[in-house]
Design a protein around this ligand. Structure first.
Ligand SMILES: Cc1cc2nc3c(=O)[nH]c(=O)nc-3n(C[C@H](O)[C@H](O)[C@H](O)COP(=O)(O)O)c2cc1C
Length: 234
């Protein structure tokens, strides 16, 4: 098994991993060691992230790299509040009949309980720029809203893939940001900057492995919704 806490040069060298292997084994790895992650590795993740597309090529992203204990504690408090509510109202019931959900819930609970020990939290944000017609607090039409939030997630996926290739544990999470006002206060964000998601990064305690996903034929429709001629073909 590869060293879970490699040197920076070893981690960077792992970026030559085959793309298909990276994509097929990237998954939410929530249990990580508290050992530090070198800034060079974090910057490499962000460099890869920045090669993603954005609406009108606005590149209106900002990434807050949180390493400070007190800041992590404030985000951890919000994460626990949101998770407790979500667990009590939805997840506990679903977990009773779905063992995979129960397993995920245990991993989330671990992450909530150890959030301040995660060495790096990257908060991915979007900033309103000159190319962006959005005015804060004014509802956007669907295409604009989709284009707005759609401008952060390709970069976050790139970040996750780079992290996975280097052997870092990472996940995409949104629950700690349930209160945008509180997040802005914690991170000193102006109203023009919207926090979208958090990627906790650290060296993994567990292993990466293949993910379980729905079969392609089940979600692939020809021309109109519901027309699935490939159904049952693999
Ligand atoms: C938009 C979005 C929000 C998510 N929010 C959280 C979260 O707040 N906490 C968490 O533990 N996982 C969160 N996840 C991770 C999902 O639970 C995870 O991707 C899913 O269970 C698949 O896990 P796997 O890749 O390990 O199979 C989020 C994922 C997405 C795409």
């Amino acid at each position: 098994m590869a060293d879970p806490t490699p040197s920076t040069s070893e981690a960077l060298a792992r970026l030559d991993m085959s793309l298909i292997d990276v994509m097929m084994t990237q998954r939410a790895v929530r249990r990580v060691y508290p050992d530090p992650v070198d800034d060079e590795i974090v910057m490499k993740c962000l460099e890869v992230a920045l090669h993603a597309p954005t609406g009108a090529n606005g590149q209106n992203w900002e990434f807050i790299v949180v390493k400070d204990y007190e800041t992590k504690k404030k985000l951890a408090k919000r994460y626990r509040q949101a998770w407790n509510l979500y667990y009590q109202t939805v997840i506990r019931r679903v977990s009773k009949r779905d063992p995979s959900m129960a397993k995920t819930a245990r991993a989330v609970q671990w992450q909530v309980d150890h959030f301040t020990e995660v060495p790096v939290l990257i908060v991915a944000c979007l900033k309103l720029g000159p190319k962006d017609g959005r005015i804060p607090f004014v509802p956007m039409p669907h295409a604009a809203l989709s284009g707005f939030y759609g401008s952060i997630y390709p970069s976050v996926q790139n970040l996750l893939l780079a992290a996975r290739a280097m052997g870092l544990g990472a996940s995409l999470i949104t629950l700690p940001l349930w209160s945008v006002t509180s997040t802005r206060k914690t991170l000193g964000l102006p109203v023009s900057v919207t926090p979208c998601c958090v990627v906790p990064l650290g060296w993994p305690r567990g292993r990466y492995g293949p993910t379980t996903r729905r079969p392609v034929a089940e979600v692939m429709h020809l021309n109109t919704y519901g027309n699935r001629p490939w159904m049952g073909t693999g």
